[in-house]
Design a protein around this ligand. Structure first.
Ligand code: UDP
Ligand code: MG
Length: 312
């Protein structure tokens, strides 16, 4: 029998663990009895009783693995830890808050059996999210697709089934500043999408603050493309061209005997400010890349596990 691993990153989700476990068990009995499975719970430094809920399930059910990260590393790293420690022929990554409908797994498995290696969920409607958040994320994905070489669509997230080959490829990439959505495209393999309607959160609140989302958005751009570096160069040239003509103009004017306007202060000031702005932005972008190089060259392991609490 083929084995499917369900990888679930969870950060302070104490009220969702049992519910998700129950749903998954139901789905298995109903549609997936031809497959064995394991559930790999990754506790991402939760501040509540998530870990003990996981461990309790781990004691009762040998198919439940528990990985306790030593602190909160964020979802991207938690997913990596899950994939590292799963042993299935395929893995399904899903959120712990039941927003990703477990019933969809059997459809994903069907497509996997047809030879697809990366069956990804596409969220077609967002339920009950602030209008601004929806709009901003639409704009962001357009921008991201434009800037990065690969197309990353709005609504496509981490809810997906990955064949063992994809898992091995993903875990071979040890980036700590991970942007997994970009990595799925980077590794390639045969992909197919499957539409789903996201449920509302079963319990608790979203763990993403605006700051987290902004960081993820920035990581998405700088880790999947070096285009922003080039953009700074283009912007620089764009400024240089009018500056050059302005120089010619003043030079010719000086040759024809006219002295320079003494006031001229405002134009000078504007040029200085604009150039200063561009330089600052460019330095910022450089800093972003250099920061990444700095972090990666340290070659630290991306995470540590609390072996005592984990059940591997
Ligand atoms: N998550 C995590 N570490 C974090 C933040 C979130 O493992 O630092 C998990 C969280 O427990 C959930 C999934 O990532 O299973 C998605 O998080 P959330 O539901 O808060 O995000 P949203 O659905 O609002 O995008
Ligand atoms: Mg959620």
């Amino acid at each position: 029998m083929k084995k499917i691993s369900i990888c679930v990153p969870a950060y302070s989700e104490e009220d969702n663990i049992q519910a998700l476990y129950t749903e998954l068990t139901k789905v298995w009995q109903k549609d997936l009895s031809g497959y064995t499975y394991e559930i790999v719970f990754v506790n991402d430094g939760s501040k509540d009783n998530t870990l003990s809920k996981m461990q309790e399930l781990g004691r009762r059910d040998e198919r439940v693995k528990v990985i306790d990260l030593s602190k909160n590393y964020g979802k991207e790293i938690a997913m990596l830890a899950g994939l590292d420690h799963c042993s299935g022929d395929a893995a399904v990554i899903m959120d712990s808050d039941l927003q990703h409908p477990p019933e969809l797994i059997s459809k994903m498995v069907e497509l996997w059996e047809l030879g697809y290696q990366d069956v990804y969920g596409r969220r077609v409607v967002r339920k009950k999210e602030p209008w601004l958040k929806i709009k901003l994320s639409q704009i962001y994905y357009k921008l991201l697709s434009f800037i990065s070489q690969t197309k990353i669509e709005n609504g496509i997230g981490d809810f997906r089934l990955l064949d063992r080959e994809c898992i091995n490829a993903l875990i071979a990439i040890r980036d700590k500043e991970r942007y997994t959505k970009g990595l799925y495209n980077l590794i390639g393999y045969k992909k197919v999408s499957i539409d789903f309607i996201a449920n509302e959160r079963f319990s608790g609140e979203t763990k993403w603050t605006f700051k987290d989302l902004f960081k993820l958005a920035l990581d998405g751009i700088t880790s999947s493309s070096v285009k922003p570096l080039k953009l700074a160069i283009y912007a620089g040239f764009l400024m240089l061209i009018p500056a050059f003509f302005y120089f010619i103009y003043t030079f010719v004017r000086a040759l024809s005997g006219k002295t320079a306007d003494v006031p001229g202060y405002s134009s000078l000031m504007i040029v200085i400010l604009i150039l200063g702005g561009i330089q600052l932005i460019s330095i910022g972008i450089l800093g972003e890349y250099i920061g990444k190089i700095f972090v990666e060259t340290k070659k630290q392991p991306p995470y540590f596990i609390n072996k005592k609490n984990s059940k591997l």
